[in-house]
Design a protein around this ligand. Structure first.
Ligand code: CP
Ligand code: NVA
Length: 313
């Protein structure tokens, strides 16, 4: 990975998270720290700018934090809900990208398909930000490592265990973890491992930051010595029909007090939310003092404001 941070141009997009190298992530965290401490310094940074928010799936955190973030920077968000904005249904995705680019200065999109997002970005002449796709959730993972840096001073060398489905959040944690030099230890059931190409690329990138990406079958092994334990839902949005079958397969992967007892003493617990208490995590863990889930949630706002500033100001 290139340690230089070439300036991100106006037309740069954040589609997978892999566009940004370790220096960009460092720059982002530096900016997010300042945005969090001095929000007033950035009022007006996006004055006169409009952003389209295309959401094909439900959202609480991502929608609210982007809308507040854009407004507090002086810009205007235009929300297109999933009923009216299913990409490719009413007109071609390319034409949506071309049309929006004539009016707005950026697009935030939560989509079913990463391919659709990339098609949109290929035909838009303004930055496109991935607000979650089937494959990635970069805004989430960047906010999570920012939160881990707040807790540990640096995420370099921090052992983070991710337990459950090798999904979009898992992929983005590997990509971001590789950039900050973390040790990302993933345990999934057979057949639910993260995408092999994403693992391979993250491992390659991690070599430059002395981070590691390791895959395990047994959750206890992944959690062993971990300073942070992360989980996500067992069935993601769009996989509702698989929820029952997945519940049986993922039951041994529940993050509960017994599993946490294998971690480092005082290990913290993370979840991107929404959480299903009693499924992937027990209330006991989720509501314990070790849980930093609402710090993660808060930091979505500060980090996304910094992302907007890096791409749009
Ligand atoms: N974590 C997250 O992206 O939450 P929402 O689905 O509510 O946006
Ligand atoms: N993996 C989950 C994350 C939600 C923020 C999903 O895609 O539904």
């Amino acid at each position: 990975m290139n340690a230089q941070a070439p300036a991100l141009s106006f037309s740069s997009s954040l589609l997978t998270g892999a566009e940004w190298n370790d220096a960009h992530v460092r720059e982002l965290f530096h900016l997010a720290t300042d945005v969090k401490a001095h929000p007033d310094r950035y009022h007006g940074a996006l004055a006169g700018r409009f952003l389209a928010m295309i959401f094909e799936k439900p959202s609480l955190r991502t929608r609210v934090t982007f809308e507040i973030g854009i407004a507090s920077l002086g810009g205007t968000a235009i929300f297109l809900d999933h009923a009216n904005a299913r990409l490719g249904e009413r007109e071609s995705i390319a034409d949506v990208g071309r049309s929006l680019s004539r009016w707005v200065q950026g697009i935030v999109a939560r989509v079913f398909s990463q391919e659709a997002l990339e098609t949109l970005a290929a035909h838009a002449s303004v930055p496109v930000i991935n607000a979650l796709s089937d494959l990635y959730h970069p805004c989430q993972a960047l906010a999570d490592f920012f939160t881990l840096e707040e807790k540990f001073g640096s995420a370099r060398g921090v052992k983070l265990a991710y337990i459950g489905d090798g999904n979009n959040v898992c992929h983005s944690l590997m990509i971001a973890g590789a950039r900050v030099g973390a040790h990302v230890r993933i345990a999934t059931p057979a057949g639910y491992e993260p995408n092999a190409k994403v693992v391979e690329a993250a491992r390659r990138d991690a070599a430059a930051t002395l981070g590691t990406i390791e895959l395990f079958r047994a959750p206890e092994q992944a959690v062993s010595g971990a300073q942070a334990v992360y989980t996500d839902v067992w069935a993601s949005m769009g996989q509702e029909s698989e929820a029952e079958a997945r519940a049986a397969i993922f039951a041994p992967y529940q993050v509960n007090a017994a599993l946490m007892s294998h971690s480092a003493p005082d290990a913290i617990f993370l979840h991107c939310l929404p959480a299903h208490r009693g499924s992937e995590v027990t209330s006991e863990v989720m509501d314990s003092p070790r849980s930093i889930v609402f710090e993660q949630t808060e930091n979505r706002l500060h980090v996304q404001k910094a992302i907007l500033l890096m791409l749009l100001s």
